[in-house]
Write a protein that binds this ligand. Sequence first.
Ligand SMILES: Cc1cc2nc3c(=O)[nH]c(=O)nc-3n(C[C@H](O)[C@H](O)[C@H](O)COP(=O)(O)O)c2cc1C
Length: 162
Amino acid sequence: MRMLQAAVRVPDHGKLVPFRFLRIQGEARHALGEALLARALELDPHASAAALEKDRARFLHAPLIVTVIARLDADHKVPEQEQLLTAGCVCFTLLQAAQALGFGAQWLTGWAAYDATIRGILGVRAEEKIAGFIHIGTARIDAPERDRPDASALLSDWRPDA
Ligand SMILES: Cc1cc2nc3c(=O)[nH]c(=O)nc-3n(C[C@H](O)[C@H](O)[C@H](O)COP(=O)(O)O)c2cc1C
């Protein structure tokens, strides 16, 4: 709850609270894995055993997965893009809150986040989007560092035409 309370402290234009949480833990992770496997097989009856096993195990790498679901109101004067960005901020804040409390956490989506059948199984409504599955647990290894962009190379100055 502490992590979620931190995660809801995000910039939110219009105070729309354009997000909700769906917790996946315990046995539910296995049930979801079986549903993913069945759907993967339906999408590709020739899928390799390795690919199917990867899908079955997708939600078993951490004890807790918090799904951040964006609740979008396309007719609101606050643009949908801004509502989605707020949900993205929730994902990142949740990630940082989990890490600040000493857990390992990772923001993943994968095909399941965009598949109509899996969305239905998770109860995601038509006007909603899965912003991320935040996997939270105890890190077994330090995540390897990767190359980071050079911020100065991304910076330019706007100047009014003379
Ligand atoms: C919206 C979003 C979705 C992501 N989905 C995946 C994913 O499905 N699979 C994956 O390997 N990484 C995914 N990532 C990347 C990881 O969250 C993470 O950035 C990556 O593992 C590298 O970790 P680092 O950014 O701490 O170096 C996603 C990132 C974002 C922002």
